[in-house]
Design a protein around this ligand. Structure first.
Ligand code: NAI
Ligand code: MG
Length: 366
């Protein structure tokens, strides 16, 4: 049986995860999903219980699981800890140890929320794009790095952008594979006009495309232009693939087109093993929201949609993922909203209530 490790974490993490677990139970009945769920501590919860943000045993369980679903980590209680002991360290460690080099960030505008965007509704209605960000290379990890004194009261800071052919090709392959299951279009983004890493990026993506993916349409776009196009005409995009730094910014920019932090899922994928199965971690984009934690008002949909991505990408349960996404659309269509999404004319519901309604909608369609 497929094993899923659940790491609820801190703040609203446990509340939203509880709803996802209940919805997973419903899906077990309606769609015959058979998963073995395990739970562990991560972040501040792990610091309190086990003395470190990610215990070795939890890491081992993550490595042995078929997929990891994480809530959120962090909060004021642990803010004064030194950098290398903070809850957030657990995320970096998990990414590194699981070899999660491809970060998938969809930006989907659910129809009933089209006017939550800062862009005009007609620009974003129906938006469904996917940003694939390289996650383990590039300037955040490249050597040399550091700050040094260079005399005369001056200091010098260095970071280095490094990419190998292999690092570029494996993340581009993820983007091409995804595109085949979506709109069949990839935009590859770099700054080949001013950066050698951009030149190599463009050459490797072009070569891989010619070798293995010439059925997918490929366009190259400079990252600054891509940033503009995202706010000018976001619906022109299907899949965007880019490096770690540009991906960090472009994915946040794309996220805001949807206007709803509580609705944004993500997936991080590693290399396929001999059986073709990838290590994977799924998590909402939002943090632990300490300002509303414990009140039962958090929006569980980002975590639920992350679970739907898990069903689709780790377990090939596209039907169950569709059922979840369809139920989310219908519940929003009926005007039910957690407080973060409430607008005039909609009905405010709690975390538990929206979870109940999602379960009802999933059961109805079966
Ligand atoms: P945040 O995402 O936790 O919250 C930002 C704002 O959005 C808050 O007003 C919050 O109430 C609201 N919000 C976020 N998610 C929501 C949801 N599901 N439903 C309703 N409202 C929601 O970001 P913030 O405040 O910058 O960080 C809080 C803590 O979370 C910090 O300790 C930070 O380090 C951590 N964090 C953790 C992340 C992770 O685990 N991946 C990512 C971002 C922040
Ligand atoms: Mg960011």
């Amino acid at each position: 049986m497929a094993k899923i490790l659940i790491l609820p974490g801190d703040g609203i993490g446990p509340e939203v995860m509880a709803e996802v677990r209940r919805i997973a139970d419903t899906l077990a009945e309606t769609h015959g999903l058979a998963f073995e769920f395990e739970e562990g501590n991560v972040g501040g919860a792990a610091i309190d219980a086990e003395g470190a943000p990610l215990a070795e045993e939890t890491l081992q369980r993550a490595l042995n699981a078929d997929a990891v679903l994480l809530g959120a980590v962090g909060g004021p209680k642990w803010d004064s800890l030194p950098f290398d002991q903070k809850p957030e360290r657990a995320l970096l460690r998990l990414r590194k140890e699981l070899g999660l080099f491809a970060n998938l960030r969809p930006a989907i505008v659910f129809d009933p929320l089209a006017d939550a965007s800062s862009l005009k509704p007609e620009l974003v209605r129906g938006l469904d794009l996917m940003i694939v960000r390289e996650l383990t290379g590039g300037v955040y990890f490249g050597e040399p790095r550091g700050i040094e004194d260079i005399g005369g009261g001056q200091r010098r800071a260095v970071n280095t952008q490094v990419y190998t052919s292999e690092e570029i090709r494996r993340v581009a392959a993820v983007a091409f594979e995804l595109a085949r299951k979506r709109g069949n279009r990839v935009v590859s983004t770099e700054k080949a006009n001013v950066m050698e890493t951009g030149v190599l990026w463009r050459e490797e993506v072009t070569a891989l495309h010619a070798e293995s993916y010439n059925d997918v349409s490929l366009e190259h776009m400079y990252a600054d232009n891509c940033a503009m196009q995202l706010v000018r005409q976001p619906k022109q995009f299907d899949v965007i693939v880019t490096d770690n730094l540009f991906g960090d910014m472009l994915s946040d920019e794309a996220a805001m087109l949807t206007g709803s932090l509580g609705m944004l899922p993500s997936a991080s994928l590693g290399a396929p093993d001999a059986q073709g199965r990838r290590k994977a971690m799924y998590e909402p984009v939002h943090g632990s929201a300490p300002d509303i934690a414990g009140q039962g008002v958090a929006n569980p949909l980002a975590t639920l949609l992350s679970f739907a991505m898990m069903l689709r990408y780790s377990f090939d349960h596209g039907d169950a993922a569709d059922a979840v996404e369809g139920a989310v659309t219908r519940v929003l269509d009926r005007g039910l909203r957690t407080p973060d999404l409430v607008q005039p004319g909609t009905t405010k519901v709690s975390t538990r209530e929206i979870g109940d309604e999602i379960r009802r909608e999933i059961s109805k369609t079966e």
